[in-house]
Design a protein around this ligand. Sequence first.
Ligand SMILES: NC(=O)c1ccc[n+]([C@@H]2O[C@H](COP(=O)([O-])OP(=O)(O)OC[C@H]3O[C@@H](n4cnc5c(N)ncnc54)[C@H](OP(=O)(O)O)[C@@H]3O)[C@@H](O)[C@H]2O)c1
Length: 259
Amino acid sequence: MNHKPVAVITGASRGIGRAISLSLASEGFDIAAIARTPDSECMLSLQPEVEKRGAAFFPIGLDIAHTALHDEAITSILEHYGRIDLLINNAGVAPVERKDVLELGEESYDRVTGINLRGPVFFAQRVAREMIWLRKQKEEYNPAIIFITSISAYMSSTNRLEYCVSKAGLSMAALVFADRLAEEKINVYEVRPGLIETDMTARVKDKFDKLISEGLIPQKRWGTPEDVAKAVASLARGDWEFSTGTVFEMSGGMNIKSL
Ligand SMILES: NC(=O)c1ccc[n+]([C@@H]2O[C@H](COP(=O)([O-])OP(=O)(O)OC[C@H]3O[C@@H](n4cnc5c(N)ncnc54)[C@H](OP(=O)(O)O)[C@@H]3O)[C@@H](O)[C@H]2O)c1
């Protein structure tokens, strides 16, 4: 069995997941990196960056929406490393096309909720079962699961209902997993980013540049993937050991309602 703790990060190739993979590599975790294509340019360039930080790197190709393939992916990680200490359920997508709620189609609803909600729920369930088994085999073992949701869990966007619903649902899933897994000594946290500058937000950058300059975000800037990764590193270190089920928001104050 691997002597170092192992972090599994979904959506590791780009954006927030990539920054989290690098920060966890620096925190002493070996990395199992999941994206749809294991040998994409992004994944190939991530490997040396992770290894430079003294961590091992194991890439896995998995579409998180395909729950029938979860078992194979998790088995391959366990065969490679022998353990999973931390799961970061980060993979997610925006709608291909933003459409008013009155025009929303079932295909987009199913795609977004399949990747952002159904997939991560069953992936977490499968990993949690392994963690419960591993706990019985190991004395020193402090497993945790982190769900990356969004401020869209509580803020409405009338042109992406499917995204908001997926994140609100995932937020509740995090709470229920936290509740159930507390007795198994597996901590579960929700990390809730605001507007973060990544590929996902590239096509709405101009719109939000303007809104941010007009005061949309109290801290008056875009978030960075590293803002999220720093918070995840703190959770991974165990700094919040007595806070299972807690929501950690990094949105520059978008949670503040001001008169
Ligand atoms: N950016 C924001 O403002 C923001 C705000 C709040 C929450 N979030 C959430 O943060 C998470 C990461 O977002 P991001 O901004 O970093 O997005 P991103 O830059 O578009 O990256 C998305 C990542 O998810 C992977 N991915 C996409 N579909 C997948 C699938 N079906 N199965 C497995 N992996 C898949 C992508 O890898 P491949 O393409 O290589 O497969 C990529 O690594 C998402 O859950 C998103 O909803 C983002």
